[in-house]
Write a new protein. Structure first.
Length: 151
């Protein structure tokens, strides 16, 4: 699991959190971010922006190994989208090998506060991520996932 955790951190930091991974718009309107290192491939596909849903999958030698689904919503239409996105990406760059799902349990910068609460481990987990501005919740994301095994 250590190899998977390390890879997830590298992939998440290299894709959405920093815009340095491969990005393409899919025929169905979704966005796909990918990152590959050796025999591991990370794929994040999502749809929407104000409200959105997505799926992350890690493949090893072409076989499904791990996945996570997520659904997020911006709760306040009056926030600065650029400031919000920059802050979220900073929080996402703090992802850890111990909890390689989203960002850290807590992160603050200026008026922004990021909170993430998860249960479980890389094998099976669920969680909720929130962003507050001056104490007001302006964003929420639900996620869950774990190892993928076939019978």
């Amino acid at each position: 699991m250590e190899k998977l955790s390390k890879f997830l951190v590298q992939a998440k930091v290299a894709t959405y959190a920093s815009d340095s991974g491969k990005k393409r718009i899919l025929d169905d309107g979704g966005t796909e971010l990918t990152y590959q290192e050796g025999d591991l491939l990370y794929r994040d596909r999502y749809y929407g922006s104000h409200t959105f849903l997505g799926e992350e999958v890690v493949f090893e030698n072409g076989e499904k190994k791990w996945g996570m689904n997520y659904y997020g919503i911006i709760l306040n239409d009056n926030i600065s989208v650029d400031e919000f996105t920059d802050f979220l990406k900073k929080a996402m760059r703090q992802v850890s090998e111990e909890r390689p799902f989203r960002g850290p349990a807590h992160f603050e910068e200026g008026n922004y506060t990021y909170k993430d609460k998860s249960d479980g481990d890389i094998n099976h987990f669920s969680g909720i991520e929130k962003i507050l501005i001056k104490g007001e919740e302006v964003y929420r994301l639900y996620y869950h996932g774990g190892l993928i095994k076939d019978f």
